[in-house]
Write a protein that binds this ligand. Structure first.
Ligand SMILES: [Zn+2]
Length: 268
């Protein structure tokens, strides 16, 4: 049986602040249980290019997403993790849920995750697209978590991407040194705890092999904001936790554009 992959993207997460906060028990448990890799993102440390790299396995030059406007992008010829898993094996079921529209909304300026309407009609691909920019990430992340827990529990998609942006949003509003940022991290951590439990139950009940993978696209400067090439803005990580299987034996360091292929290799 192939490993099912749940990739969770936590936008704008500074891992040391999260681990020191006392608000991130699920993240701490997953880090200790999993394979841990520090990773350095390429500048500009903006969500558009960074998520495009992480989700398509392409460099900035290859996907040509220069900023959050996505103008002139090459995403149509740089398919995302979910699409590539499907193209490699057309029995693959996929699921994406995100509140930042460029990641998943086909009506917008992306999306990084291809729509694949034929697979949606066939029930093999499901996309939950919400608008946290308009309605606020605190509320929208909670909706994303509900949808993702339901999908994991009921459908058990083969390859999933689930995205949270509450922490990044708090960093922009109030910086990353005060209470607002760690409170948002606490809310995202509660979503992670629910997902971890859902995957663990699912793997036990169905005898499945799962890999939960956590990453972020960039950090922040202390006063909030990102885009530059400081160490704290470029710092990212990958935590990969096997459930019903062992952890992956990945190298101690790899580039952001290497993540997709590493994940696809775990499928086979
Ligand atoms: Zn971001």
């Amino acid at each position: 049986m192939k490993t099912k992959i749940l990739l969770v993207g936590i936008d704008g997460l500074i891992l040391p602040i999260a681990l020191d906060s006392g608000q991130a028990s699920a993240l701490t448990v997953l880090k200790h249980a999993g394979h841990f890799t520090e990773m350095t993102m390429d500048a500009p440390t903006l969500s558009g290019p960074c998520w495009s790299t992480l989700l398509t396995g392409s460099t900035n030059a290859q996907h040509a997403v220069a900023d959050n406007r996505f103008s002139g992008h090459n995403l149509l010829i740089r398919p995302d993790l979910l699409s590539r898993a499907f193209y490699a094996d057309q029995s693959t079921t996929t699921f994406a849920a995100a509140g930042w529209p460029p990641l998943v909304d086909p009506a917008g300026i992306g999306p990084v995750i291809h729509e694949r309407r034929d697979q949606q009609r066939a029930g093999q691909h499901r996309v939950i697209s919400r608008d946290g920019e308009t309605y606020g990430y605190r509320r929208i992340d909670a909706e994303i978590a509900d949808a993702a827990v339901y999908a994991v529990t009921k459908a058990g998609p083969d390859v999933s991407f689930v995205y949270f942006c509450d922490a990044d949003d708090a960093g922009h509003s109030n910086g990353v040194m005060g209470t607002h940022y760690v409170e948002a991290i606490g809310r995202v951590d509660a979503h992670l705890a629910r997902l971890h439990l859902a995957v663990t139950k699912r793997a036990e009940e169905h005898g499945e092999r799962w890999l939960i993978v956590l990453t972020t696209d960039h950090g922040h400067v202390d006063e909030g904001g990102h885009g530059g090439d400081s160490a704290q803005e470029r710092a990212s990580f990958v935590i990969a936790v096997g459930v019903g299987r062992s952890n992956p034996s990945w190298p101690d360091s790899f580039a952001p554009e290497d993540l997709v292929q590493l994940l696809l290799d775990e499928r086979s």
